[in-house]
Design a protein around this ligand. Structure first.
Ligand code: UDP
Ligand code: MG
Length: 324
C-alpha cells in the first residue's frame, strides 16, 4: 500500500511527549495492525511535543510504511489532537486510541469485526476494569461520568473514553460540527448513530507519566458539562429562588422582632447573610461566565490546532486546519 491510497482502517493516535512509550507502542501495535489483513494507516498526531517524540516517530516511519506522521505547531490538547487526526484520516473506519498502551491495541480487531458484522457506525471501547488507574483517577472519573449522566442524560456508555471505532459517515459528521472545545466522548454518542460496544481491561501506562494533570481534567469536565447541559444554569436559578425565599423569611422575622422591640445588634447574622449571599452570587456568576466564555470562544472562531507537517503530503496542509 502506498501512503496515498485509501486505506480501509485509520488508527489515530494523539501523542504528547511520548518518547518513552513510543517504541513499546509501535512494537505492540504493528503486529496487531499487520495481522488485520486490511489496508491501514496509523496517523500519529504529535501534539507539539517538546521531547524526542518527533525524532522517534521519524525513526519508526523509516521501517513502518503505514505510519503517517502529523505534527501540530503547538500543544493543542488531547481532544484537539484527536480532532486533527480525524480531519486527516482517510480510512473507511477510524479508530482512536491513546499512545500509552492503556488501551490494548488487540481490541481493534474485535472492534472492526463487530462493526462489520453488526453494520454499526460506532463501536465503543468500554473499560471493564479500571483497577490499573490511580484511586484518585477512579474516584474523579466516577464522579464525572455520574454527574454528566444526571445533568445531561447523554447517551454515552459509562466508562467509555476515547478508545472507539467510527465509520467514515461518523467521522465526517464529527468533522462537520463547528463546535468549539468539543469533547468527543460525548459528541459522538450525541449523534445517535447505530452503535455497539466491546469491553476491555484498561492497562497500566506502559512508560512515561500521565499528560493529564488535574487542571486539564477539570477543563475537560467543565467543557463537557457546559457543552451538553443547562443544568448548572438552572442550578443557579434554583439557588436564587431558595435564597429569595430565605431572605423573605428573614424579612418577616426582622419585622416581627422590630414590632416586638427586640432589636439587637445582630452582627453575626448580618455577616453570615452578607457573605452567604455574596458567595452564592459569585457562584452563579461563575457558572454564567462558563457559558458566556464558550460563546465568546465560539465567536472568536480561532482554530483549535495548526498542522505543521503531514508525512502523507510531505508538507504543511493548511486546508486541514479546523475552523474552529
Ligand atoms: N495527549 C495529547 N495532548 C495533550 C495531553 C495528552 O495528545 O495535551 C495524549 C497523550 O500523549 C496520550 C493521550 O493523549 O496518548 C492520553 O493522555 P494520558 O495517557 O497522559 O492521559 P491519562 O490516561 O493519564 O488520562
Ligand atoms: Mg493514559
Amino acid at each position: 500500500m502506498t501512503a496515498m491510497s485509501v486505506p480501509e482502517l485509520s488508527i489515530v493516535v494523539p501523542m504528547f511527549n511520548e518518547e518513552a512509550v513510543l517504541p513499546l507502542f509501535a512494537a505492540r501495535l504493528r503486529p496487531v495492525a499487520d495481522g488485520l489483513e486490511t489496508a491501514y494507516e496509523v496517523v500519529a498526531v504529535d501534539d507539539g511535543s517538546s521531547d524526542g517524540t518527533a525524532i522517534a516517530l521519524q525513526k519508526q516511519r523509516r521501517v513502518w510504511p503505514q505510519l503517517r506522521v502529523v505534527r501540530l505547531r503547538a500543544n493543542a490538547g488531547h481532544q484537539a489532537a484527536i480532532s486533527a487526526g480525524l480531519a486527516l484520516a482517510t480510512g473507511a473506519y477510524v479508530v482512536t486510541l491513546d499512545a500509552d498502551l492503556q488501551d490494548p491495541p488487540e481490541v481493534i480487531a474485535e472492534m472492526l469485526a463487530v462493526a462489520r458484522a453488526e453494520s454499526v457506525d460506532v463501536v465503543y471501547g468500554v473499560r471493564s476494569d479500571r483497577s490499573s488507574d490511580s484511586r484518585f483517577k477512579r474516584v474523579t472519573a466516577r464522579a464525572f461520568y455520574r454527574s454528566m449522566d444526571a445533568m445531561a442524560g447523554t447517551a454515552a456508555p459509562r466508562d467509555a473514553g476515547d478508545y472507539r471505532l467510527m465509520s467514515r459517515a461518523t467521522v465526517e459528521a464529527v468533522n462537520a460540527l463547528p463546535e468549539y472545545g468539543r469533547v468527543l466522548r460525548f459528541v459522538v454518542p450525541a449523534l445517535g448513530f447505530p452503535s455497539a460496544s466491546v469491553t476491555y481491561r484498561r492497562e497500566e501506562r506502559a512508560a512515561g507519566s500521565s499528560k493529564y494533570p488535574f487542571t486539564k481534567m477539570l477543563r475537560l469536565s467543565i467543557d463537557s458539562m457546559t457543552a451538553f447541559s443547562l443544568a448548572p444554569l438552572r442550578f443557579a436559578t434554583l439557588l436564587g429562588l431558595v435564597g429569595g425565599a430565605a431572605s423573605l423569611a428573614l424579612l418577616i422575622f426582622a419585622l416581627y422582632a422590630r414590632v416586638r422591640g427586640h432589636v439587637v445588634a445582630g452582627w453575626t447574622s448580618t455577616v453570615v447573610v452578607v457573605s452567604g449571599v455574596g458567595a452564592v452570587q459569585l457562584l452563579a456568576l461563575g457558572i454564567l461566565g462558563e457559558y458566556v466564555g464558550r460563546l465568546y470562544a465560539a465567536a472568536q472562531a480561532r482554530p483549535s490546532y495548526y498542522v505543521a507537517y503531514d508525512s502523507a503530503t510531505g508538507s504543511a496542509n493548511p486546508a486541514a486546519t479546523r475552523q474552529p
